[in-house]
Design a protein around this ligand. Structure first.
Ligand code: ZN
Length: 242
């Protein structure tokens, strides 16, 4: 079984289409969306429609929940608040209905999929350090947890005898003796100083995870955001990947 893993699309249609085109080069059995289809970008409805059609597993992120008014957006920064306000005004009824159907996590075999953290996912906490990863490893039983949320691709590894490491590899063979928390990065708003859209592929037969980066038409995505009046800060950050 080969899983395509996408997360944090954030209404960026150009980035999503570029990732889907790149995925055509790989044989994928299931496409998994780890949440945050909307928020920030100019095409939330279009992205929802594509995800609904292409993804077999779709989870909710905090921005999807914010669009449904299920999270208190006072914890969001001003730009994110403006963007979610715009998103709520512009989502169509079918999009709202689809977001309402989304699960918070999904487990299959030795894999746990979730947007934020395995424990209390709707607290929307982050796993950014080995200490946070150490805590998170206690909160799920499976070998691998795939996450998004921070928009920064990263792999945390838990070796026997409680050793915790960050692995800086784009391609990794997963050792059955170890456990992993893998952030697949962001399709629509990368924040690791690489402006290219990110996605992952996990091959459950060969136990291999690969992270891919894809160039997309950033200027076109920015033009559309500008035309809608979305905050300039959110527009500019796309070209810097931060
Ligand atoms: Zn996000």
């Amino acid at each position: 079984m080969r899983y395509g893993l996408i997360s944090d699309i954030h209404g960026n249609l150009e980035a999503l289409n570029a990732v889907l085109a790149d995925l055509q080069n790989h044989q994928i059995d299931q496409l998994v969306c780890l949440g945050d289809i909307v928020g920030y970008g100019a095409n939330p409805n279009e992205c929802i429609e594509i995800v609904r059609e292409k993804c077999q597993i779709v989870l909710a992120g905090n921005h999807d929940y914010a669009a449904l008014k299920k999270v208190d957006t006072s914890t969001f920064n001003n730009y994110a608040q403006d963007a979610i306000g715009w998103t709520i005004k512009n989502l169509n009824p079918a999009s709202f209905a689809f977001l309402e159907t989304l699960a918070i996590f999904h487990k299959v075999d030795q894999i746990y999929f979730v947007h934020s953290t395995p424990l209390d996912p709707t607290a929307w906490n982050y796993i950014l350090s080995t200490f946070e990863a150490y805590e998170a490893f206690q909160d799920f039983k499976e070998q691998i947890c795939f996450i998004g949320h921070s928009h920064v691709p990263i792999i945390f590894m838990n070796r026997p005898k409680h050793r915790y490491d960050i692995i800086e590899k784009k391609e990794l063979h997963l050792d059955p003796k170890n456990r992993y928390i893998i952030n697949v990065g962001s399709v629509g708003q990368p924040r690791d100083l690489d402006s290219r859209a990110a996605y992952g592929i996990f091959d459950a037969d060969s136990h291999t995870f690969s992270l891919y980066r894809v160039k997309y038409d950033i200027e076109k995505a920015q033009e559309k955001m500008r035309a809608t009046g979305l905050p300039e800060f959110l527009i500019i950050r796309l070209q810097y990947g931060k």
